[in-house]
Each structure stands twice: as structure tokens, then as C-alpha cells.
Design a protein around this ligand. Structure first.
Ligand code: NAX
Length: 330
């Protein structure tokens, strides 16, 4: 039997976690031979709800679930952890823009960044899902100066999957036949889902769909998908699909993207190194490959057309504004 691995999840009594925790415990993240310890963080008033989640986890009798630790203290949750899902935050309600969330959520991520800096494994992988995810990733990373910036990424996988689904539906194929979608920029309505490099059953996507559909249907549908789900769920945001994307992104980060038989890369928001002219230091979604040993690299040298360039700059500008709004926490 392997040594158990510690995984921390914040917002553990929330909606996304209600799907995420059970899938992690079942072995979907690290494989069905890897025992795990779940370290679950919640705010004090939610600890009773968390107790119910723990009861249900225990009632599943998962063979891999070695131990569950619950706490309202970040430093307890993050002690020596290897993998962290920062999910806990206030969700976006109906009509709310991500920027509205900035002020209320920024403090959470600055405190959690400090705690990670103090107690987490030096090789920890931290996936930020709580919104506004990209800027929360920046805040977390800036408050953890002793950890390498490559320890942090924000979630783009849900947008990436949404884009795959839109193109697959349009072309009448299954999602597994769509390759090399990219989501650039912010996890917000300015994100730019780009299918310039995508293929469908090996054919260039651009030969199968026209520019009008891309600009007026595909891009806005993916950009506004989160808001549409909130509307249809009477105010609740995407949860099961977000959990699925969180597992997908973290798993690709752990096992590497070469194991994907469905794409050469994934979209992942990582610290910009200046690639494609994007300002260094922003957490921006790029096409990314991960080596089997976990090294992350932004895919370089892709051709960027005029339409793409404008869209990439719009979402970059939003990230700069978000960064400037939380400058006191960086
Ligand atoms: P819920 O409101 O159901 O759960 C959030 C949980 O976080 C609550 O139980 C709350 O008590 C807890 N929490 C709040 N502050 C905390 C803190 N300081 N430490 C630990 N826990 C804390 O929201 P849920 O639907 O689970 O969504 C969680 C976050 O994911 C939200 O910010 C939401 O906007 C964001 N999302 C991000 C997505 C992405 O692609 N990046 C998509 C889905 C989702 O909208």
C-alpha cells in the first residue's frame, strides 16, 4: 500500500465540494491505488454542515480514504499538503459581475497564501477555483513568496470544456473528437475561447465553421455560460461541472498532458512569462503542456490572427484592472 497523500480543499461544505470531495475520495484524482488524507477547511459557522459531508464521505466506505481532518484554521488544513483546491469563497449571485466579488474575496486569498507559505509542502500544487479565480491566484501567490510561482494555477478547465462542447455540438461529433481548443485570459466574460488551432476528427475547425458563428455564437456562448447556468439554477452557480473541471485540471498537472489522447495541451491560468505579449506576472489562461514529472510550460509560437489579438488584449486589460484594484494585498 502506498503512503497516503494529503489533499486540502477549502469551502468543503459548499456546492462544488459536494461533488469534488466524493470524486477525489473515489480515486479519480490520484488513481485507484493511492490512499489519501482529506484536510477540509471551512469558516466556523459552516463546520456543522461540514460534519454532515464527513458523515456521508464515511458512509461511502471508500477504500482509499485514509483519514479526514476538518478545521476552520488554514494552517491546520495546509500542513504539509501536496495538493490544494482553493474553492472556498463567496459565489457569484444573479446579476453579479466577477469584479463585484473582488473586494469580499481578496482577503480570504491573502490569508490563505500566507498560511500556504508557512506550512505547505514546498512542491505543493495549488488550484484556485474560487472567484475571481485568476486574481485570487495572483493574491495567493504574492502572499506565498517562499513558494515557487509555478505552484499556483487558476482554473480554466471549465471554460475549456465548455468550448469543446460547443464546437462538438455544432459539428455533430462527440467531445472526444475535438482537439486543441484554447481559452485565453481571465475566467470571466472577457475570456477568449479560441478555435483557430482546434481540430475536429483531425480536420481544421476553421474549415468546418464560419467566422460569423465563431464571433456571434461560439465566443459569446462560452463567455456567458457561467451566467446562463446561474440563471437556470435560480441563482446557484455551476457546481458538478466545476468539480469535474477541477479534477481534470489538477490531474493533468499531476500526470502530465502527454497522457491526454484528446489534446496536445490544456488551458490553464498560470503566471504569465510575457508569452504572446501578455504582461508578465498576471495569472492568464494559456495553452499549457505539463511533462510527466509535473513541469509546466506555456505553448509558444502559435500564430495569432488579428481577431484573436484584440480578444486576448481585452481580457488582459481586465486582469490588469483587477490586479490594480487589489494592489494593497500584493
Ligand atoms: P458555495 O457557496 O456553495 O460554497 C462556498 C463555500 O466556501 C461555503 O461553504 C463557504 O462557507 C466557504 N467559505 C467561504 N469563505 C471561506 C474561507 N475563508 N475559508 C474556507 N471556506 C470558506 O459556492 P460554490 O458553488 O461551491 O463555489 C465556490 C467558488 O467557486 C465561488 O467563488 C464560485 O464563484 C467559484 N466558481 C468558479 C468557477 C471556475 O471555473 N473558476 C466555476 C464555478 C464557480 O462559480
Amino acid at each position: 500500500m502506498k503512503t497516503p497523500v494529503d489533499i486540502a480543499v477549502t469551502g468543503a461544505a459548499g456546492q462544488i465540494s459536494y461533488s469534488l470531495l466524493f470524486r477525489i475520495a473515489a480515486g479519480e484524482l490520484l488513481g485507484r491505488d493511492q490512499p489519501i488524507v482529506l484536510r477540509l477547511l471551512e469558516v466556523t459557522p459552516a463546520l456543522h454542515r461540514l460534519r454532515a459531508v464527513v458523515m456521508e464521505l464515511n458512509d461511502c466506505a471508500y477504500p482509499l480514504l485514509h483519514k479526514i481532518i476538518t478545521t476552520d484554521q488554514s494552517e491546520v488544513a495546509f500542513k504539509d499538503v501536496d495538493y490544494v483546491f482553493l474553492v472556498g469563497a463567496k459565489p457569484r449571485g444573479p446579476g453579479m459581475k466577477r469584479k463585484d466579488l473582488l473586494a469580499s474575496n481578496a482577503e480570504i486569498f491573502s490569508e490563505q497564501g500566507k498560511a500556504l507559505n508557512a506550512v505547505a509542502s514546498r512542491h505543493v500544487k495549488v488550484l484556485i477555483t474560487g472567484n475571481p479565480a485568476n486574481t485570487n491566484a495572483l493574491i495567493t501567490q504574492c502572499n506565498a513568496p517562499d513558494l515557487d510561482p509555478s505552484c499556483f494555477s487558476a482554473m480554466s478547465m471549465l471554460d475549456h470544456n465548455r468550448a469543446i462542447n460547443q464546437l462538438a455540438e455544432k459539428c455533430g461529433v462527440r467531445s472526444m473528437h475535438v482537439k486543441n481548443i484554447i481559452v485565453w485570459g481571465n475566467h470571466s466574460e472577457t475570456q477568449y475561447p479560441d478555435l483557430t488551432h482546434a481540430t475536429v476528427k483531425g480536420e481544421d475547425a476553421l474549415t468546418l465553421v464560419d467566422a460569423d458563428w465563431i464571433e456571434n455564437q461560439f465566443v459569446p456562448t462560452v463567455q456567458h455560460r457561467g451566467g446562463k447556468v446561474i440563471e437556470e439554477r435560480n441563482g446557484l452557480s455551476s457546481a458538478a461541472s466545476a468539480a469535474s473541471a477541477a479534477i481534470g485540471q489538477m490531474r493533468s498537472w499531476v500526470v502530465g498532458t502527454a497522457k491526454n489522447d484528446w489534446s496536445d495541451w490544456i488551458s490553464m491560468a498560470v503566471m504569465s512569462d510575457g508569452s504572446y505579449g501578455i504582461e508578465k506576472g498576471l495569472f492568464y489562461s494559456f495553452p499549457v503542456t505539463v511533462s510527466p514529472s509535473g513541469e509546466l510550460e506555456i505553448v509558444k509560437g502559435l500564430d495569432i490572427g488579428a481577431f484573436s489579438k484584440v480578444c486576448m488584449q481585452v481580457t488582459e486589460q481586465e486582469l490588469k484592472e483587477e490586479r490594480d484594484a487589489v494592489a494593497h494585498l500584493l
